[in-house]
Ligand binder design. Structure first.
Ligand code: UGY
Ligand code: MN
Length: 256
């Protein structure tokens, strides 16, 4: 950093409650109790109009959240995805080691503790949300996996656009995390308009994204918040595959 070499500018776009594009250059460190030796940035949050909170966290060598822990409230569910590096997560005295693509979902009332175990930085995408119970339905359970071990399925019959579902499609779960992959030149089959919200973190590539019928350029390490009903779709541009991991609420009726 230091004195800027050019006029100050930003690719970020903030439209409260509608959509937001947050580019990595503008991120600042938010002091969140429990995270040590880490650079924590809160992305989507209720202040932006989201019903969840997303974070992107760079854990420096030795960085951790091993004393206070994350989540654990009776009605709060959490999710952690390793974007880069290697992270050890401890839940109820059980240890899990996650490399890039590794993830864990913790059901309400379950706290997770984490530590960067790589020589160097690790980067995690973290999420929390209030769990919505369903009468007569059992509670969700702890889920772990690695996206790199999962098969991709064509999305809506388009083989150049594929999806991986990271959580079970069981009514116990009120949301899911997915990864979408677009081959260069591929795009959504139509512009979606739906009640569900998304918080999306771009893992690779470049794209042109339609948000509320504005076309904006996006790339690796950008974060996109899509509010309820906002028009959304993209084309992958450039030479690399465009991929992003994102949350989507599911399996619940709309509240009156
Ligand atoms: O699952 C989805 O709604 C997804 N196709 N949305 C999106 O990519 N913006
Ligand atoms: Mn969508």
């Amino acid at each position: 950093m230091g004195y800027p070499e050019n006029l100050l500018s930003s690719r970020s776009i903030i439209k409260q409650g509608l959509y937001a594009l947050i580019s990595p250059e503008g991120l600042v460190n938010n002091s969140v109790p429990g995270f040590e030796n880490s650079y924590v940035s809160i992305l989507g949050s209720p202040r932006l109009g989201a019903s969840f909170v997303d974070y992107i966290i760079t854990m420096y060598e030795g960085g951790h959240n091993q004393e206070r822990g994350f989540g654990g409230d009776a009605n709060v569910e959490t999710f952690l995805y390793v974007v880069e590096g290697e992270v050890k997560v401890t839940v109820e005295d059980k240890e899990y080691n996650f490399t890039e693509g590794g993830y864990i979902y913790c059901p309400p009332g379950t706290k997770m503790y984490m530590k960067n175990v790589k020589k160097g930085d690790s980067k995690i995408f973290l999420y929390k949300q209030k769990y919505k119970e369903l009468e007569g339905q059992e509670k969700p359970w702890l889920v772990t996996g690695n996206a790199n071990d999962m098969e991709e399925e064509p999305y809506g019959g388009v083989k150049e656009m594929r999806i991986r579902d990271l959580l079970p499609s069981d009514l116990a779960f009120d949301m899911n995390f997915h990864i979408l992959t677009f081959d260069p030149g591929a795009g959504h089959p139509f512009i979606e308009t739906h009640v569900q919200e998304h918080g999306a973190y771009l893992l690779s590539g470049e794209g042109l994204y339609n948000l509320d019928n504005d076309w904006v350029t996006v790339k690796k390490d950008d974060y996109i918040f899509m509010g309820p009903y906002v028009q959304q779709a993209c084309y992958a541009v450039g030479r690399e595959k465009l991929t992003y991991v994102y949350s989507k609420d599911c399996n619940r009726d709309a509240d009156l």
